[in-house]
Write a protein that binds this ligand. Structure first.
Ligand code: SIN
Ligand code: CO
Length: 385
């Protein structure tokens, strides 16, 4: 699968469109093939661990229901949509689509969402808070996009936040392989013209409110930031009720001083690698030994579990620090120089071949660590012999 951004380079796209304005990319993918069939999708949507919903209109009223779903018969042949979130956690083929967007680092990614809609189906006009590439699979869908502006939002149903009718600045019919890129804030409405599949690569956002609240939990958990405000240089004040500007500055400094690179990366590395959705992890530790791993690698690569979030910081990778699934790890390689190369390989790629890993396979400590992760289900062999 190869992405063509209307002939633009990813750099041009980032400069001109990313987080700025919507873009219709005709034939972004030549010969696009659906990542799964509607039947497979319906199969996923009947599982408890998979997040799914369907949206339809009944007597002109919007309705939304959350899965798991067993039957679709009552919905008829028109005017409904089925949505499955985090397709990349369950369907390895979704990784082929995600790879095409790797010019945006994975920590910004949320998930791949798939929607199947019957003619007339859609989720109604709404505004999203995140960037999304809506990749049209089979079928056709008409998309209308309005401009940024003060659009009134209202709950068309407790689970559906809609926006009032808007004047379109884009009104297009997407065909298989076409892509609609939307930055946050642009109202949009997709109505299906014939049974249609679309695959949305969505990005995540975190408000300062969410981050500060999670940061406070981290500080409490790890019992950090216990330094008290100190003021040995206090100057004389004539007003006992006042917090003067230098005291306000002191209070701000006390807060700012906590936010150093170490705390921010140690907190946000954990925070950003937490999975919102269930991961397809084994119920208990698998029984691989180091030797099993090195032997298996000669036959097949290790694949990173779909939806698993891994990252490192430029500032701490040389110290052997990386984050996986909400946890911080500090590697202790036999040869320190190996840390950085090993971590970038783990986090930048989705598959580890024996060639990729060959510089590290004699490093006992690294291979032992990798074995622990394979036993946890973070990387896996497709065929276990
Ligand atoms: C959909 O694919 O049905 C809805 C996607 C969206 O508008 O965010
Ligand atoms: Co949307």
């Amino acid at each position: 699968m190869q992405l063509d951004l209307n002939g633009m380079t990813p750099k041009q796209f980032l400069e001109e469109y990313w987080q700025k304005k919507p873009l219709v990319i005709r034939q972004g993918f030549k010969h696009f093939e659906d990542l799964l069939s509607p039947e497979e999708m319906a199969g996923l949507a009947c599982e408890d661990v998979v997040e799914s919903r369907r949206v339809f209109k009944q007597n002109n009223e919007w309705q939304a229901e959350f899965g798991p779903f067993e039957s679709y018969e009552e919905l008829g042949e028109t005017d409904w949509t089925l949505i499955v979130q985090a397709l990349n956690n369950w369907v390895p083929e979704a990784e082929n689509l995600l790879k095409c967007f790797d010019f945006i680092p994975r920590w910004r990614l949320d998930d791949v969402m798939v929607s199947y809609a019957t003619p007339g189906g859609g989720v109604g006009p709404h505004i999203d808070l995140y960037d999304v590439f809506i990749c049209q699979g089979s079928g056709r869908r008409r998309w209308r996009v309005g401009d940024l502006g003060p659009h009134k939002e209202f709950a068309a149903h407790p689970a559906l936040l809609h926006t009032e009718a808007f004047e379109p600045i884009i009104d297009v019919e997407l065909l298989p392989g076409d892509i609609l890129y939307l930055p946050p804030g642009y109202p949009h409405d997709g109505v299906t013209l014939e049974p249609s599949m679309s695959f949305s690569v969505g990005y995540r956002t975190a408000s300062a409110k969410d981050m500060v609240s999670a940061l406070a939990d981290h500080i409490i958990d790890k019992d950090l930031c216990n330094e008290q405000i100190a003021d040995p240089d206090r100057s004389l004040s004539n007003n006992s009720g006042i917090v003067n500007n230098s005291d306000l500055e002191r209070i701000k400094q006390q807060l700012f001083a906590t936010l150093d690179d170490k705390l921010v990366s140690e907190f946000s590395g954990r925070y950003l690698t937490q999975s919102k959705c269930e991961l397809d992890l084994p119920a208990e530790c698998l029984g691989f030994q180091v030797l099993d791993i090195t032997e298996q690698l000669k036959q097949q690569p290790l694949v990173k579990l779909g939806g698993l979030r891994t990252l490192y910081f430029e500032a701490s990778v040389a110290d052997g620090v990386l984050y996986i699934n909400g946890e911080q790890f500090t590697l202790a390689a036999d040869i320190t120089a190996n840390n950085e190369a090993f971590i970038t390989l783990l986090c930048d790629t989705q598959e580890l071949t024996v060639e990729d890993l060959s510089p590290f396979l004699n490093d006992e400590l690294l291979v032992t660590q990798l074995t622990t992760w394979v036993n946890a289900g973070y990387w896996y062999f497709e065929e276990v012999e």
